[in-house]
Ligand binder design. Structure first.
Ligand SMILES: Nc1ncnc2c1ncn2[C@@H]1O[C@H](COP(=O)(O)OP(=O)(O)OP(=O)(O)O)[C@@H](O)[C@H]1O
Ligand SMILES: [Mg+2]
Length: 329
């Protein structure tokens, strides 16, 4: 378990102090896939770097299974850090080393015998699906393949925690999904706790169990993804969840409902049903839904005529279909 207690990091710059993170309190349980989401400059990278003490916090504590990282000697800290690996947006591979040697690198540092290191690296390359690339150099790989090598390297020392700082931000949507699937697989099969930092709600939605929303150096809300997703309390969470809604003109009249789909049967034509069964003109303002195995996921913002009777009928219809919705203001 990782506990962050009153974690604060202040940078002193020539133009004054920058409070990158302030009074962060979080508990991350073993086996969680925990997301931290926020806009650029919110303090996400600072927070994740403080978790493994790459950045020494100005005040507050990081406890790993009750052990206060700030109380360790440098040598103890190096040892502990081996159980917390990190991957980055820019992959950070060693360009002079081939794939296999990138993966064995942390094992060399840990003085693992060569044969053993190579066997372990091959095992990991098989897990990330790159067994045929062990002799390739980073420049010969695609972005997704580079991130797979970085993941294999991060897992080489058998970490208990994997910290991911915008690990999929440089990748296209399909490659992003394949990397997220791989992270989920690693979490499930190896029991590695994963902390994911991102500015994309899709990443959180796709793999995280819990999420904390970071805004201007503070955690503004935290909870199960499903709860935050369906009922965001902070303005910033609403903006991150429905980015397009922000660009809608304020003057849009009528009642706005946000529908949340979480695996509903995709064969049911909800909107057509609303229009035909309830006889209500429905306008789709925004939709970000996807289908997977006949189930629909995502969100939709619809506009209805502004009267109580209409709303009551729509509510009854959605309740009967088991669709989650919120009235937007
Ligand atoms: N080494 C540093 N020295 C001074 N200020 C810093 C330093 N690192 C970060 N900051 C400042 O701290 C704040 C938070 O930065 P951080 O990199 O943690 O944000 P972020 O949420 O990761 O942003 P992004 O999504 O753009 O990566 C910013 O105002 C940034 O300018
Ligand atoms: Mg960052």
């Amino acid at each position: 378990m990782i506990e962050l207690q009153h974690l604060t990091k202040t940078y002193k710059t020539r133009t004054g102090e920058v409070h990158a993170i302030e009074d962060i309190n979080l508990t991350i349980e073993d086996g969680d896939i925990f997301g931290i989401i926020g806009l650029s400059g919110a303090g996400k990278s600072t927070l994740i770097r403080c978790i493994n003490f790459l950045e020494v916090p100005t005040s507050g504590k990081v406890l790993l299974d009750g052990v206060d990282l700030g109380a360790l000697t440098y040598k103890e800290l190096l040892n502990t850090r081996r159980s917390m690996s990190m991957i980055f947006q820019g992959f950070n591979l060693l360009s002079q080393r081939n794939v296999l040697k990138n993966v064995t690198y942390p094992l060399e540092i840990a003085k693992v015998p060569r044969e053993e290191a190579i066997a372990r690296a091959r095992e990991l390359l098989a897990i990330v699906g790159l067994s045929d690339k062990e002799k390739a150099y980073p420049s010969q790989l695609s972005g997704g393949q580079k991130q797979r090598v970085a993941i294999a390297r991060a897992l080489a020392t058998n970490p208990r925690v994997l910290l991911c700082d915008e690990a999929t931000s440089a990748l296209d949507p399909t490659t992003t999904q394949s990397i997220l699937d791989l992270l989920k697989h690693i979490n499930k099969t190896m029991g590695v706790t994963i902390i994911v930092i991102t500015h994309e709600m899709k990443v959180i939605d796709s793999i995280c169990d819990k999420v904390a929303v970071l805004d201007k150096s503070h955690i503004v809300e935290c909870g199960r993804v499903r709860d935050v997703f369906t009922a965001p309390k902070s303005d910033i969470a609403r903006e991150l969840i429905l980015p397009m809604a922000r660009t809608l003109p304020d003057a849009i009249e009528g009642t706005k409902l946000r529908l949340v789909f979480d695996g509903e049967d995709a064969r049911q034509p909800f909107i057509a049903g609303l229009i035909m069964e309830c006889g209500i003109p429905v306008n789709i303002l925004f939709a970000d839904t996807r289908e997977s195995d006949g189930a629909v996921y995502g969100q939709m913002l619809i506009q209805l005529p502004d009267n109580e009777d209409t709303l009551a009928r729509v509510r009854a219809y959605l309740d009967a279909k088991g669709i989650t919705y919120r009235k937007e203001v």
